[in-house]
Write a protein that binds this ligand. Structure first.
Ligand code: NIG
Ligand code: FE
Length: 403
């Protein structure tokens, strides 16, 4: 690893400094080894850095590499058939209550070998990498036995080990009640979910703990039992909260100082205030809103005035968001939820890093941060959010190296 200076760059530092600039025209970014050594207008480059090798970006946009902070990238099979059922009028809940939905992916994931899961997830991961994603979160939650949850987490770790992307793993044993425990969610939590979590954590397979708090999944008391074990294991929590109804999930997540509460179509003002107070990031998932043709969007104005920091993620999964594009989710966050392109950019960089507990390490172009950068054939955040489908990534730098 060497040192170098990227010059003639249009830099979006995403540093969150309210008094700072949102765009540095004719900027420079100095990289020393794996970290950012300096950023600012090229004219202000300190003398001692002017002798470092320089590479012109030819006026291109330079942003932090993108971070997708909510995916279910590893799974077996697909749910195209449920897509057809929904087109004929069935709802997501009706399909779930009839034994389909998450449970049908669970059966396929249990059947799949580790190699099969690796292969299908790798193809999806590649789509994210080609769009400038440098860090991606991957959840378990389609195994729902100790062995199958561990299998998913090992696949996620292996994907990270062999690609130019960092994988952050999340244990989601409380995703659905598996068929063998139908009608006995408490027994599932106590007999399977919690012991699988302990085992996975002891093998270093877990970076955070998630749950699905919803009428078709687990209630607040059940999630709370899982979170109590997470706290004991010193693992941060996050929660699928308020996707289809308000079950008090946001308040529960905040009371555990969750890194994030995700979905948020249904959230009260008290819930939003609790999030802001506890530093819980609101992760918006417009791909799921779009796919399920929901009509109640997250109350973005209310979340903003409460001071909740917002992230945007793909929620890549076979049921509610079969989308392997963070750029598409960014587009949808503007069009469907009314976020501004700069809010969206913060949502896939700085705030996404915070939602993964990585805020001090990545997600902005500031001195000392990891040099994970995306260099775009685009002129602005708006342009990145506006197109859907075009390949705008010119180059990617990952941990200071060209990737
Ligand atoms: O984030 N809501 C729970 N989990 C996923 C859906 C998973 C599935 O349908 O397979 C979500 O939307
Ligand atoms: Fe999800």
């Amino acid at each position: 690893l060497q040192h170098r200076v990227l010059t003639d760059a249009k830099v979006l530092p995403l540093d969150g400094d309210p008094g700072g600039r949102s765009v540095i025209e004719r900027g420079a970014v100095a990289i020393d080894g794996a970290s950012i050594a300096w950023v600012g207008p090229a004219d202000d480059l300190p003398d001692e850095l002017s002798t470092w090798p320089a590479e012109s970006m030819d006026g291109r946009l330079v942003t932090p590499a993108l971070i997708d902070c909510h995916t279910h990238l590893v799974y077996g099979g697909n749910r195209a058939q449920e897509f057809e059922q929904r087109l004929q009028g069935a709802t997501y809940e009706q399909i779930a209550n009839a034994g389909g939905g998450i449970v049908s992916t669970v059966l396929e994931t249990r059947r799949a070998t580790k190699d099969e899961l690796l292969k299908s997830a790798d193809a999806r991961l590649d789509a994210f990498v080609r769009e400038g994603v440098g860090t991606i979160e991957i959840k378990s939650g389609y195994g729902l036995t100790q062995e199958d949850e561990l299998k998913m987490l090992r696949v996620a770790r292996e994907l990270g080990a062999r690609s130019d992307v960092d994988v952050v793993t999340t244990f989601l044993g409380a995703h659905a009640v598996p068929p063998e425990y139908a009608g006995r969610p408490e027994s599932y939590v106590d007999e399977v979910c919690i012991s699988a979590l302990r085992q996975a954590a002891s093998e270093g397979l877990v970076d955070a703990v998630d749950g699905f708090c919803e009428s078709i999944a687990f209630d607040a008391a059940q999630i709370s039992r899982v979170f109590t074990v997470a706290v004991e294991l010193d693992l941060p929590v996050k929660l699928h909260a308020g996707q289809l109804s308000d079950m008090g999930a946001v308040e529960l997540a905040s009371s555990f100082k969750a890194l994030s509460a995700d979905h948020l179509e249904y959230v009260s003002e008290a819930g939003a205030a609790a999030m802001a107070q506890n530093g819980t990031v609101g992760v918006l998932l417009p791909g799921a809103f779009y796919t399920l043709r929901e009509t109640q969007a997250p109350p973005v104005d209310m979340l903003r005035s409460a001071g909740v920091e917002l992230a945007v993620a793909s929620d890549c999964n076979p049921g509610s968001s079969p989308i392997t594009s963070l750029l598409l989710a960014m587009n949808m966050a503007c069009t469907l939820f009314g976020l501004t392109p700069m809010e969206v950019m913060a949502g896939v960089t700085r705030n996404a890093a915070k939602a993964l507990g990585l805020a001090s390490d990545r997600g902005s172009i500031t001195t000392g941060m990891r040099a994970d950068l995306a260099i775009w054939d685009a002129g602005s955040a708006s342009e990145l959010c506006y197109y859907a489908g075009i390949d705008m990534l010119a180059r990617k730098i990952y941990g200071g190296s060209d990737a």
